[in-house]
Structures are given as structure tokens and as C-alpha cells.
Design a protein around this ligand. Structure first.
Ligand code: GLC
Ligand code: CA
Length: 580
């Protein structure tokens, strides 16, 4: 069995070699990933924007969490129409963030501390300010013309394509210089690259090798299922729900061929990890992407559990009031089953595109904020999948819930609002609903301490700090052994010292319980029982698992009751004693 990382808990390895595990051991299945949003992490020069030097300053903090891998959101040169997801130079560092020298210091600083770095790979589109696009739009016979998707105006208007970031909701933008439309699934400043063109693919692979050769440890692959699309651009069927449009945008005919080629050209040459952002992938085709024998991706993340409650006809609306925990649990069960023997999953509850996990899936009231954040960390770190924890969630940061458009920086929110306003839509209703799921909720600056702007900057932050920073901040939580931060650290250590939490078989307990999410994890003779009360009321667990004599490995209340009664947001992991 492969073993490349030197683990502090390597005494487990001998044991595990004879275990009944069906999947292969790999280091990237055993790591805990910390997602870091550079713009909001730490500013060192007072311009209100987080920078690489800020991350360098916080390296010891990052190390102290116990995480193994940092996924850093894009830091490449970009005009920031979509906060770095519109790249104008793949081989340069955004000036606001620092220099390539800073980047090297950061990478070495992470490696010196035994932490790996994965970077964002944004190759469905570039910025319209990228040299390739500047050339491409010059003339129809420019050598770069075929780097993008153009539709000549004499063919008539191109078939409608929706764009979630466009003020007119149209993914085709007319460009008078060559009397053609170009495709942009995202904003008009994010033209889609034409992956049918082998030159585009080889440029991308070269760029990836440039970063891999610098020593990074892999990539998080932005909207990777969109790189291949039906370039005949057929008309969308009338009346189809937005959520059914994926086949027209993503998972095109050559997707698997491209991923396979990328594996051969790049990934196969390095001991690295990758994770694709996989919009539109379902349990039915999941293994086509991550079955090791197919040589495509290692892992991806899907949206089934985070999309739950969000309107299928319009991604801007959410109704979380009646989230049915039973259905939600089943999503995790189904995804766990898919990867039980092949492939491998990921788990996350928040990222830079989402609201804060504590607000959305826990409870951000003063009474339950800490308890529910700890409960969610217990969940993330006890499932059979590689966990991704978004910065700020380690201290239970919460949503800002803004209902005034002036508070927003994200083009996603602003453009949709403008669209509704211009067309007489219900823009106020939109803001009310969107307050709960807007991306800016997850992008507010990291709360380091209780000084002005939470110690994030000495200047004016690019996005206002959440008002609760005086009570919710790292410095305060460092002083308390019962803080979310210290619970998170303990939970990571627990996962790392129990391979059962990584590889153990997952079985739902009391699956129809509407308040409790409970499961066992079992590997060989070791069996763990996880009990999580997702509600703000006491709840009873019905289970055959005998917990008398069990050891409590972790708990977010001072002491579990030890009976089948669980208090609001209570989380417990028991180690069940053998031969029961
Ligand atoms: C992904 C990113 C998101 C970005 C979009 C377009 O979904 O996570 O932040 O806006 O792709 O690149
Ligand atoms: Ca700065």
C-alpha cells in the first residue's frame, strides 16, 4: 500500500495494512485542507486588501491549526472583475497581493512547516484583458482567434445562453470590431476559452507545469466540467428549468478526453493532489471522473448538499426554513456509497462562493453560535471524504446578512440586482433572500482581534468587517480551551490519530430522525459512533449501538449525558468498545 507522508501517527500503518479497507491508501485522502481567501486574510500595507505578506505573517497560526494542505484562491494578475477568477496573466502575481518573490517565500514557509499548497486553476475562461483575448478580438484571422468561442453576426443572433454574472443575463457579448459575439458563461470580462483548440490545451498544460515545477502541490480546478461544451450551441429547449441546462454548458462531448489528457500531460508527472469543482456531476457519473483506473481526476466537489434549499429555477433564491434533515442526510449517504470501493469524495460546508456554514447549517445566535460551529466541525472531520475547511470557520464566523445593495462588492449580487431593477423585477425580495446566501457573506475579512477592523488592516477594508468581530475573533479564542478554534484543533488531531475517521465504513443510524445526524464509522475492530444534533431542541436518538462503557473521544458540551438524549447542537464521538 502506498505511503508517502511521514505521519506522526505512523504506528497505525502496520495495523492498517491488513485491514478490510477497500479503497487504496493515499496521502491526499488523509489530509485536512484549509481554504484560504487571500483578499480577506491579512493586509500588511494598509491598502485594505489582504496580501501574500499577510499570509506569511500568519504561517505559524496556520500551522497551529493542524491542517495539512492550504488551498489558496487565485493570486494571479487580474483586473478583479470576479475577484481573481478573471486572470489576465497566469504566470504573474496580482500586484495587490505582492510579488513572485513573496510567493516563493510563502511556498517555502508552508513547506518548511510540512504544509502543502494547492492553487486555483481557472481555465474555463480568462480575463478579457489577457493577451490572448486582446489578440483574439483584433481580427477574424488573428492567430489567437480560435482561443475563444466566436459567433459571427452574419449567422444571426446566437442561441440564447444564460450568464449568471451578466447584467443582461446573456452569455453572448457582441463585439463591434469584428462584428461577432463571444461566449462568456460568467461575466463579460471572462470570455470562455475554446478547449477544442489543441494550442489552448497545450498552453494550459505548460502553465500548469510552470507552477508544479515551482513546487506547488496541486490544483483546485475551477468550473472544470465547463471546459468542454456542445459548440454547435443548440437552442435551449423551451421552459426547461435552469438547473437542467448543464448539458448545454458543461460536461461536453470531450470532457473526459481532456481530463485524461491533462492527467497524462501534467498530473501523472508529479506526486500531487487535485480537486475539481464539478457543477452538474451527479452520483450516476461520479466515478467516470474519479475512478483511479480512468486516470482523470482524484477528487471533485459537488453541490447537492449546499444547493439544498436553493431554487432550481434561479440560483439567487434560497428557502432554508424547512430544510429536511432526513433528505439532507440521504444526500451524504448516497455520495458515500458511490465512493465506497472506488474513487474518493470531498466534504465542505462553506467556501468563498457561499454564506458562512455556521449561519447556514448551524445557528448564529449568541446562544448557539459556538456550539453549532463545533458540531459542524465534528461533522466535517468525521466523514469519509477529504475535508475542506474555509478560513474563518475555525472561529465560527457568521453571515453579515446585508439587505442594502451598497454593502455588496460581488458582481454576482450587483449585476442580478441591477437586472431586476432595470426590468421591473422584485429586486427587494431578491435582496432579502440573497442576504442569506450571498458570496460576500463568506468573504468578509478574517477576524484576528478586537482592535479596529478586527486587526485585518490598518486602512479601510475592501469589504466591511462583520460587526461581531469584537466578540468573535482569533485572539479571544486562543485564550479559551473551550473555544471553537481549540475544538477545531482537537477535532483535527482526533481525525489524524484515528484512521477509522478517514477510511472507516460509514453507516447511518436512526436515519429517519429529523433532528439528529448520527452514523458509525468502522475499520476492522474499531467502531466509532458519531451523534450530531442539528437542531436547537433536545432530541432523542434511537439506536441499537450500545454506548455503555464507550469512551467519549470528543464532545462539545462539558459532559455528554450518556443516555439517548442530546441537547441543542450537541456533538459527541464515542469509541465503542470491542465485542459488543
Ligand atoms: C467558480 C469560483 C467562483 C467564480 C466562478 C467563475 O465557481 O469558485 O468564485 O466566480 O467559478 O470563475
Ligand atoms: Ca494589502
Amino acid at each position: 500500500m502506498e505511503q508517502k507522508i511521514a505521519y506522526p501517527f505512523s504506528f497505525f500503518i502496520g495495523k492498517i495494512n491488513n485491514c478490510s479497507m477497500l479503497v487504496k491508501r493515499k496521502w491526499w485522502k488523509e489530509v485536512v485542507v484549509y481554504q484560504l481567501y487571500p483578499r480577506s486574510f491579512k493586509d500588511t500595507n494598509g491598502d485594505g486588501i489582504g496580501d501574500l505578506k499577510g499570509i506569511i505573517e500568519k504561517l505559524d497560526y496556520i500551522k497551529s491549526l493542524g491542517i495539512d494542505v492550504v488551498w489558496m484562491n487565485p493570486v494571479y494578475e487580474s483586473p478583479n472583475d470576479d475577484m481573481g477568477y478573471d486572470i489576465s496573466d497566469y504566470r504573474a502575481i496580482m500586484q495587490q497581493f505582492g510579488t513572485m518573490e513573496d510567493f516563493d517565500v510563502l511556498l517555502n514557509g508552508l513547506h518548511d512547516r510540512g504544509i502543502k499548497l494547492i492553487m486555483d486553476l481557472v481555465v474555463n475562461h480568462t480575463s478579457d484583458e489577457h493577451e490572448w483575448f486582446k489578440e483574439s478580438k483584433k481580427s477574424r484571422d488573428n492567430p489567437y482567434r480560435n482561443y475563444y468561442h466566436w459567433w459571427d453576426a452574419e449567422r444571426g443572433k446566437p442561441p440564447y445562453r444564460w450568464s449568471i454574472f451578466d447584467e443582461q443575463s446573456s452569455a453572448w457579448k457582441y463585439d463591434a470590431a469584428t462584428s461577432s459575439y463571444y461566449l462568456h458563461i460568467f461575466s463579460e470580462k471572462q470570455p470562455d476559452l475554446n478547449w477544442e483548440n489543441p494550442q489552448v490545451r497545450s498552453e494550459v498544460y505548460d502553465m500548469m507545469k510552470f507552477w508544479m515545477d515551482k513546487g506547488i502541490d496541486g490544483f483546485r480546478m475551477d468550473v472544470i466540467t465547463c471546459i468542454s461544451k456542445d459548440i454547435a450551441f443548440p437552442e435551449l429547449p423551451k421552459g426547461m428549468a435552469v438547473s437542467d441546462w448543464f448539458p448545454y454548458y458543461a460536461k461536453g462531448p470531450h470532457l473526459h478526453a481532456y481530463l485524461n489528457e491533462m492527467h497524462r500531460e501534467v498530473f501523472s508527472g508529479y506526486d500531487c493532489m487535485n480537486v475539481g469543482e464539478a457543477s452538474g456531476v451527479s452520483i450516476d457519473d461520479a466515478l467516470l471522473f474519479v475512478d483511479e483506473d480512468r486516470n482523470e481526476l482524484q477528487t471533485f466537489y459537488h453541490f447537492e448538499h449546499t444547493g439544498f434549499g436553493i431554487s432550481k429555477d434561479n440560483f439567487m433564491y434560497v428557502d432554508d426554513t424547512n430544510r429536511d434533515l432526513v433528505e439532507w442526510k440521504n444526500i451524504f449517504l448516497r455520495w458515500d456509497n458511490v465512493f465506497a470501493e472506488k474513487g474518493w469524495g470531498t466534504i465542505y460546508l462553506g467556501n468563498h462562493d457561499m454564506s458562512r456554514m455556521t449561519s447556514r447549517f448551524g445557528n448564529d445566535s449568541d446562544r448557539y453560535r459556538e456550539l453549532s460551529a463545533k458540531m459542524l466541525h465534528t461533522f466535517l472531520l468525521s466523514m469519509r471524504a477529504t475535508p475542506y475547511i474555509y478560513n474563518g470557520d475555525e472561529i465560527g464566523m457568521t453571515n453579515t446578512n446585508h439587505t442594502s445593495i451598497d454593502a455588496y462588492e460581488d458582481l454576482y449580487t450587483i449585476n442580478y440586482y441591477n437586472q431586476l431593477r432595470n426590468n421591473g423585477g422584485d429586486y427587494e425580495g431578491f435582496l432579502r433572500s440573497h442576504a442569506a446566501i450571498s458570496r460576500d457573506n463568506g468573504r468578509t475579512p478574517m477576524q484576528w482581534n478586537s482592535s479596529t477592523h478586527a486587526g485585518f488592516t490598518t486602512g479601510r477594508p475592501w469589504l466591511a468587517v462583520n460587526k461581531n468581530y469584537t466578540t468573535v475573533n482569533v485572539e479571544e479564542q486562543e485564550t479559551r480551551s473551550d473555544s471553537v478554534l481549540n475544538y477545531f484543533r482537537n477535532m483535527i488531531q482526533l481525525r489524524k490519530s484515528n484512521l477509522t475517521l478517514v477510511y472507516g465504513k460509514f453507516e447511518l443510524i436512526d436515519e429517519n430522525n429529523k433532528q439528529i445526524f448520527s452514523y458509525t464509522r468502522q475499520l476492522d475492530n474499531q467502531k466509532l459512533l458519531v451523534v450530531l444534533n442539528f437542531s436547537d431542541r433536545e432530541a432523542r436518538l434511537k439506536s441499537d449501538v450500545d454506548i455503555s462503557g464507550a469512551h467519549v473521544l470528543i464532545s462539545n458540551y462539558v459532559k455528554p449525558l450518556g443516555i439517548d438524549l442530546y441537547r441543542p447542537y450537541e456533538a459527541v464521538i464515542y469509541k465503542i468498545i470491542k465485542n459488543q
